[in-house]
Design a protein around this ligand. Sequence first.
Ligand SMILES: *[C@@H]1O[C@H](CO)[C@@H](O)[C@H](O)[C@H]1NC(C)=O
Ligand SMILES: *[C@@H]1O[C@H](CO)[C@@H](O)[C@H](O)[C@H]1NC(C)=O
Ligand SMILES: *[C@@H]1O[C@H](CO)[C@@H](O)[C@H](O)[C@H]1NC(C)=O
Ligand SMILES: *[C@@H]1O[C@H](CO)[C@@H](O)[C@H](O)[C@H]1NC(C)=O
Length: 390
Amino acid sequence: MASQAILLLLLAHFIRQVPEINAKIPAIIVFGDSTVDSGNNNEISTVLKSNFEPYGRDFPGRKPTGRFSNGRLATDFLSEALGIKPAIPPYLDPAYDISEFATGVCFASAGTGYDNATSDVLSVIPLWKELEYYKEYQGKLRKYLGNEKANQLLSKALHLISIGTNDFLENYYVSSNRSSEYSVGEYQNFLIGIATDFINHLYQLGARKISIIGLAPMGCVPLERTTNILFGRKCIEAYNNVAKDFNKKLQGSIMKLQKELDGIQLVLADAYDFVLEMIDNPNSFGFDDVETACCGTGYIEMSYMCNRGSLFTCSDANKYMFWDSFHPTEKTNSIVADYLFKNYLAQFKNDSPQFKNDSAPFKNDSFSLTMSYMPFCIFVVYTTINRFLA
Ligand SMILES: *[C@@H]1O[C@H](CO)[C@@H](O)[C@H](O)[C@H]1NC(C)=O
Ligand SMILES: *[C@@H]1O[C@H](CO)[C@@H](O)[C@H](O)[C@H]1NC(C)=O
Ligand SMILES: *[C@@H]1O[C@H](CO)[C@@H](O)[C@H](O)[C@H]1NC(C)=O
Ligand SMILES: *[C@@H]1O[C@H](CO)[C@@H](O)[C@H](O)[C@H]1NC(C)=O
């Protein structure tokens, strides 16, 4: 019996040392702008809101949550695809607490940008403040889970960033300040410098799985098409090119960061070409209209201008690529999320070797593989010996 107890202790010891082999993503943590804001702007004083009908009319419970769409956002679909939960709660909403936020939290704020001057335009939450909230969140998480578990969760959580459109469309091309200070190329570099700092900060705070969603062809949103009315409401090519260039530059910085930051899994999730494909082939994605939005006339309405009194709002948003003049429908969000998941984000579920330093040996991998077999071996030995002792 004594030997049995010793073996049991030994077994328990080895089991406890086994690293987690199921590399499931435990949480999704979101930063950015209206493309991913699930309701933080409801809690601040700004005119940029969407917590009223008809926003959210296809959300479960027909609820206007503050998401800038008729239903869920791409990040909600991604969270679901990762097996976490169907909707990511906004950090500032007092209806949720750390037990909810521990599996997913959104710090995003509609109207914000990389540039502090962008968030000033509509008095929304600047990116640096989103990072402050993230630090506060980490504190709450450590209290809730304990240091060790919290740190492990943070290193395994997927950190998603979707931001940058407003820096150009709400700031650079609209207010003269930045465009008199910087050429477009210089402004892109300025923003990418901020993006780089932001990723460095996340890394220092313990994040290891990070994806930035690239800019979409922003010259094709209905509002920009409307400003191009003299040219038949075509996409504004100049803006699309700025987005494409920006993504290219961002990819360059990301590759540098991948080399500098040991153990980081960092990916630019770029749907630019895919979204253009949707615009060029609406029918193959089930859309009737990719040029005007569902809400109101579809030319200019968004935020308070898209409301219950808006005339001409469409009855079936699934036929439209855009919900309001600036934001996609839930259907578009789900198609884009599916594309991003399959092409960029599914790999975060594994600690994929492609992220490892190629010239370094996979020492830890083989170690953890051995360790995962260890309890099984010990169990076999244990039961065999046990049979002899019996
Ligand atoms: C943005 O504002 C914050 C807070 O004032 C400041 O710490 C940060 O340096 C600013 N960022 C830039 C790029 O100026
Ligand atoms: C733009 O520049 C003017 C004059 O320098 C300044 O007063 C104003 O605050 C600036 N606006 C923004 C949004 O930075
Ligand atoms: C990759 O591994 C090689 C050899 O172990 C090492 O010299 C190099 O610094 C590593 N690079 C990074 C980015 O970790
Ligand atoms: C292996 O893992 C240990 C502990 O997790 C870490 O300190 C070490 O740097 C890792 N080695 C390699 C080659 O990644």
